[in-house]
Design a protein around this ligand. Structure first.
Ligand SMILES: [Zn+2]
Length: 271
């Protein structure tokens, strides 16, 4: 049975233990979160004026990577939209405009200077610098944000970190351990501690399976053993801010579910 134990959770970050699953399953989830859960990003810009030091392409590239708040319920992917138009409609595109000028001193243009058509589709942070303008330099542009998937371009990835590792287990053999403390000193995560009654383990979840403690143990056979559970994983997910992290996981599960259903439908058809 699959069991989940949440260790940390906020809108942008989640860390949990999932047990009762295997590597193919957690890796499928991870890859779907990275490449298939849609997010909003600026896909096209029309430059009306640009006398800044950065050329149009560099500006477009920088603006494309600004994470945008995403509304998956109101917008559809351009390829799935009813409008079937390459240009897009209100259901598959949201516009933002950017107009800035430096009058008599150097001015930094930030993501927060972009004016959105829909107040829900805005940069997740308004402090991302886009370009510095010197006196009398101007930029004026219109940007089109669309939903997309990370498999097409990394700017559409809703996660900035998405990884998992085996659940570590550290064991100290009290019979052969003479509490020399060498393992305690080398552990970068302080997972071992020297007490009056010998070496004990602590914050085991922080163990990165580096095996330094095992290498440092002078005993034969080794007094410290590090293993991992093959069916339990610590998952860490950080959102770019585009979507709440829980929503990203739920969407990934929906996509995986749809894939499995499609597979089974096709299999039945082929009978
Ligand atoms: Zn449309």
């Amino acid at each position: 049975m699959v069991e989940i134990q949440i260790l940390e959770k906020s809108d942008d970050f989640m860390r949990f233990i999932v047990s009762g699953v295997n590597v193919p399953f957690v890796n499928a989830l991870r890859r779907i979160m990275l490449t298939e859960v849609p997010a909003m990003a600026i896909d096209e810009i029309v430059v009306l004026e640009n006398s800044s030091i950065l050329n149009d392409e560099i500006l477009a590239h920088r603006i494309g990577f600004i994470p945008l708040k995403t509304d998956l319920d109101s917008y559809s992917l351009p390829e799935e939209c009813k409008c079937e138009s390459e240009f897009g409609c209100n259901l598959c595109r949201s516009n933002l405009t950017l107009e800035a000028e430096a009058v008599d001193k150097i001015t930094t243009v930030y993501s927060g200077d972009m004016k959105p058509e829909n107040p829900d589709i805005v940069p997740v942070s308004d402090k991302i610098p886009i370009v510095k303008l010197a006196s009398d330099q101007r930029i004026k542009m219109e940007a089109y944000a669309r939903l997309g998937k990370g498999k097409k371009h990394a700017k559409w990835q809703p996660v900035s970190m998405c990884n998992y590792m085996y659940l570590p287990k550290i064991k100290v053999d009290v019979d052969s351990c003479d509490a020399c403390g060498k393992c305690v000193k080398v552990c970068p995560e302080e997972c071992l501690i020297k007490t009056d009654s010998g070496i004990k383990t602590q914050n085991e979840l922080e163990c990165t399976l580096c095996m330094d403690c095992v290498d440092a143990c002078p005993k034969e056979p080794l007094a410290v053993e590090v293993t991992w559970d093959k069916n339990a994983f610590i998952f860490k997910i950080e959102s770019t801010g585009a979507l709440p992290v829980e929503r990203i996981v739920v969407e990934a599960i929906k996509i995986l579910d749809k894939k499995v259903k499609e597979f089974s439908d096709q299999l039945k058809k082929g009978k």
